[in-house]
Design a protein around this ligand. Structure first.
Ligand SMILES: [Zn+2]
Length: 158
């Protein structure tokens, strides 16, 4: 393997609502302005790049669109019950039952909508998208911050 170089982009954001259940208790519905930072490792291509910054930002903006301004719900939670019926999605938690228009929710195949799980999905999707046309990439890091003090970081090797 040749010399590995990293490029990093940050400042790609999306806003979403969620709640996480833990120890039989469930948080109240609330939102975050999530910030994504992606670090891509690889060998330099003939143009002296790991990947064009604009291309990388374009991929990240595309990924953000799938969750932006939506309510994120977990399909596999033991404590949050999600029942989607056509136009309405009912969500039962320890605190009560919510009902949302289905077009406003995104149900994810995860146990809880933690920053760690969301970062894992993003990292996986980004890696799949990038490696389609970038054979020089060897490692993808995605950092997802839900506030200025709390962030999750996922690393995937190609
Ligand atoms: Zn939260």
């Amino acid at each position: 393997m040749g010399k590995q170089v990293a490029v990093e982009v940050s400042g790609i954001d999306f806003a979403a609502a969620h709640f996480v259940s833990e120890g039989g208790k469930c948080e109240l519905l609330h939102g975050h302005n999530y910030h994504i930072t992606a670090t891509i490792w690889g060998e330099l291509n003939p143009l002296g790049m790991v990947i064009d910054f604009r291309v990388l930002k374009g991929h990240l903006r595309e990924l953000c669109k799938q969750w932006d301004h939506l309510i994120l719900l977990p399909a596999k939670s033991k404590l949050i019950e999600v029942d989607q019926q056509d136009n309405q999605t009912k969500v039962k938690t320890s605190e009560g039952t919510y009902s949302f228009p289905s077009k406003n929710v995104k149900i994810l195949d995860i146990v809880e909508t933690t920053a760690e799980e969301l970062a894992r999905i993003l990292c996986n999707q980004l890696m799949e998208n990038l490696t389609k046309d970038h054979s020089n990439i060897s490692k993808v890091d995605v950092e997802l911050a839900e506030s200025s003090t709390s962030r999750a970081i996922v690393t995937m090797l190609v």
